[in-house]
Design a protein around this ligand. Structure first.
Ligand SMILES: *[C@@H]1O[C@H](CO)[C@@H](O)[C@H](O)[C@H]1NC(C)=O
Ligand SMILES: *[C@@H]1O[C@H](CO)[C@@H](O)[C@H](O)[C@H]1NC(C)=O
Ligand SMILES: *[C@@H]1O[C@H](CO)[C@@H](O)[C@H](O)[C@H]1NC(C)=O
Ligand SMILES: *[C@@H]1O[C@H](CO)[C@@H](O)[C@H](O)[C@H]1NC(C)=O
Ligand SMILES: *[C@@H]1O[C@H](CO)[C@@H](O)[C@H](O)[C@H]1NC(C)=O
Ligand SMILES: *[C@@H]1O[C@H](CO)[C@@H](O)[C@H](O)[C@H]1NC(C)=O
Ligand SMILES: *[C@@H]1O[C@H](CO)[C@@H](O)[C@H](O)[C@H]1NC(C)=O
Length: 384
């Protein structure tokens, strides 16, 4: 696998409508699965550090990345033009009770280490319905489009050093948004009247990325709900994760190249994603069991995104766990608020909320429905 950088790995998904498990995970509505062909093009960065031979290489890399001199450690040689044909596994979920609000479509993007189940996990022990955002939103009458990002879950697998990087994930999300706008893959709801991007962590960065800069298409997206998101990322996460090469950790990852990494165990997971005492150990353990490998390319490139969004005029909500270590070094109070309005100077409204007592994985800690309620109240007020 050493030279897998030179041999990008693309595992084709089964085509047709069955690749995403179309189980009705919530009694509040039904979901239909799709496999969607996408062809994103973007400019990213060319990875130039030697590929990892073993975990000792990973340790040295992480130490360089987090050390005092990290500003001079730049493992890229310049721009890289990226294009490819991939399949994305997705589901459209629509509410059982139609009130007209189902025409507002929430497009959810998950973060690193998860797949689409972050938003719509199977409701079976230890996961109760309170941990299911999709079910909650359906219960409020809204529709949700949820997908596995490139390289995770049932979507195409790629080269972990270069291919899955942030610019490509933004291009894919933009392409999905365009398809949905045109009424494709929206099931019985047809073309939505409002399209709202909802993100967690890396998923929030790419959601913001879709509307950032001077070239974004600002008639594509009506609103943004960003969770687990901040402008000031520092390095302690890298060390706390105690990262390792993914392929040797689990059989299901055996076909991934060494550019795919994973945090060490449930305790390094908890260090970045959870805060005691606001979570159940059984639920944290469950998230560890279903975790996804992380592409080095996405991990390294998202902190470099320019998030300034002068063209965006819709409403923006940013909701963080108050004690989030992953994104706020353990305290989100006054960490995001001073910058948010400046980053969205023309937004209709910018609301920043600290969701009390919890860490980064908002959907899997106590009072997750408190967060969903705050999010859906914002949608009701500004986007219904
Ligand atoms: C993607 O598919 C199109 C049409 O099938 C083909 O022309 C193009 O070369 C493909 N791109 C890549 C990067 O494989
Ligand atoms: C149904 O929706 C309600 C209101 O949003 C929510 O409280 C409940 O948890 C949802 N049920 C399921 C099974 O998702
Ligand atoms: C921007 O998005 C809107 C809504 O989907 C679409 O009608 C329009 O063609 C897009 N413009 C560009 C330049 O892609
Ligand atoms: C935090 O991020 C904001 C927005 O990008 C920036 O203006 C500010 O300088 C950053 N603060 C620190 C301490 O890096
Ligand atoms: C969670 O996992 C840890 C480590 O494997 C184990 O010691 C603990 O008993 C588990 N707790 C629960 C409630 O499953
Ligand atoms: C978090 O930071 C805020 C603002 O700096 C401070 O007022 C508050 O006491 C801090 N919270 C904790 C739990 O230390
Ligand atoms: C639950 O979350 C909501 C929204 O953040 C918050 O207003 C409420 O105080 C929280 N409840 C508890 C018990 O922390």
């Amino acid at each position: 696998m050493v030279n897998s950088l030179l041999a990008p790995l693309v595992v084709a998904s089964i085509s047709g409508a069955l690749a995403y498990p179309s189980v009705a995970r919530s009694r509040n509505g039904t979901c239909e699965g799709y496999t969607i062909a996408v062809s994103p093009s973007s400019t990213g960065l060319h990875y130039s550090y030697p590929p990892f031979k073993d975990n000792f290489d990973v340790v040295e890399f992480v130490t360089r990345l987090s050390s005092r001199d990290s500003a001079s450690f730049y493992p890229f040689s310049g721009p890289l033009s990226l294009s490819g044909n991939y399949t994305i596994a997705a589901e459209i979920c629509s509410p059982a009770v139609k009130t007209g609000k189902e025409k507002t479509l929430l497009l959810t993007s998950h973060g690193l280490g998860y797949h689409g189940d972050y938003w719509n996990p199977p409701v079976e022990p230890p996961i109760e319905q309170q941990y299911n955002f999709v079910g909650y939103a359906l219960g409020q009458g809204y529709s949700v489009f949820n997908y596995d990002r490139l390289g995770t879950g049932r979507s195409s697998r790629v080269d972990g050093y270069n291919e899955g990087q942030t610019s490509q994930q933004i291009a894919i999300l933009t392409e999905l948004a365009q398809l949905l706008r045109n009424g494709q893959y929206t099931g019985s709801i047809g073309a939505p009247s409002k399209l709202v991007l909802v993100g967690h962590s890396f998923g929030s960065f790419i959601s913001n990325g879709v509307v950032a800069g001077s070239t974004a298409n600002n008639s594509l997206i009506d609103g943004l709900l960003l969770t687990g998101f901040s402008y000031n990322l520092t390095s302690p996460d890298y060390e706390a994760f105690a990262l390792k090469i993914a392929s040797t950790e689990r059989r299901e990852w055996a076909d991934l190249d060494n550019g795919y990494i994973t945090w060490n165990d449930v305790y390094s997971n908890v260090a970045v994603f959870f805060r005691a005492p606001a979570y159940s150990h059984a639920v944290a353990n469950w998230t560890e069991c279903q975790k996804q490998a992380i592409a080095l390319s996405e991990f390294l490139t998202f902190p470099m995104l320019d998030l300034y969004s002068p063209g965006f005029t819709g409403p923006v909500q940013i909701l963080n766990g108050e004690l989030d270590f992953g994104i706020c070094d353990g305290n989100c109070t006054d960490w995001v608020e001073p910058y948010a309005a400046k980053m969205f100077p023309n937004a209709k409204v910018v609301e920043v909320l600290e969701h009390p007592s919890v860490g980064h994985a908002i959907n899997f800690q106590y009072n997750s429905t408190g967060a969903y309620s705050a999010m859906m109240r914002f949608v009701d007020k500004h986007l219904a």
